[in-house]
Design a protein around this ligand. Structure first.
Ligand SMILES: Nc1ncnc2c1ncn2[C@@H]1O[C@H](COP(=O)(O)OP(=O)(O)OP(=O)(O)O)[C@@H](O)[C@H]1O
Ligand SMILES: [Mg+2]
Length: 216
């Protein structure tokens, strides 16, 4: 479902080249739950941003769901991102002035039934009794579950998560990972960056990065 071939990413800081990915080859199948691990600065977020079409490679090819996304123009990339991908970030990035249910409705532009669908998604992540709460009225773990519900709004082919448990206590972290496992059991493809061994161990497969290369 996802195929990376010779993917390189070089950031330019003035005249200085910072190689973040040094030629990555990788296949991820539909329905897999993959963890990306590695030391700080090894290129984990860079790789997730490539997979999520938030940034494009300096060279190399990325094919997702049969589409060569590396050759899409900015509009098509944005469209692909909205229709096919869901994101969960380290900092929950909920809009604080919107209720839980309104946050989940956000990606469902022009859908008459968005309230009902948002409520169903919040139920799915165990937040059905908190849909009218504002983020400030929720715990960190609960906010992250709302963020996951929002990521699922457009039934994404792939759920991408960058350090989704980094700011959570052990119990909340476990609840998030249990939820990912449940979603994966229903067929959701998940790619998650984490530096926590316990969390990574719950995935089906661990991809280890070091200095911008896959080492295991
Ligand atoms: N926008 C940028 N401009 C310049 N260099 C960058 C940029 N983003 C990342 N880098 C560099 O690319 C390399 C990989 O960064 P990346 O953020 O992918 O690491 P990471 O594995 O996610 O680290 P962490 O665990 O700390 O989040 C690092 O050397 C980093 O300094
Ligand atoms: Mg990172």
């Amino acid at each position: 479902m996802i195929e990376l071939t010779g993917v390189k990413k070089i950031y330019y800081m003035g005249k200085i080249e910072v190689p973040a990915l040094r030629g990555v080859d990788l296949n991820i199948k539909s329905g897999e739950f993959v963890a990306i691990m590695g030391p700080s600065g090894s290129g984990k977020s860079t790789m997730l941003n490539m997979l999520g079409l938030l940034d494009s490679p300096t060279s190399g090819k990325i094919v997702i769901d049969g589409v060569d996304v590396s050759s899409l123009d900015e509009n098509r990339r944005a469209d692909f991102r909205l229709r096919k991908l869901g994101f969960v970030f380290q900092f929950f990035s909920l809009l604080m002035e919107l209720k839980a249910v309104e946050n989940v409705e956000l990606p469902m532009i022009m859908d008459d039934r968005k309230f009902d669908r948002a409520a169903v998604l919040l139920e799915l992540v165990g937040m059905g009794d908190r849909i009218e709460h504002y983020p400030s009225e929720l715990s960190g773990g609960q906010q992250q579950r709302v963020a996951i519900a929002r990521a699922l709004a457009n039934e994404p082919a792939i759920l991408l998560a960058d350090e989704p448990t980094a700011n959570l206590d052990t119990e909340s972290s476990n609840q998030i990972i249990d939820l990912f496992r449940e979603l994966n059991d229903k067929g959701q493809t998940i790619i998650m960056v984490t530096h926590e061994p316990d969390i990574g161990a719950r995935a089906d497969r661990i991809i280890r990065l070091k200095d911008g290369s896959i080492v295991a």
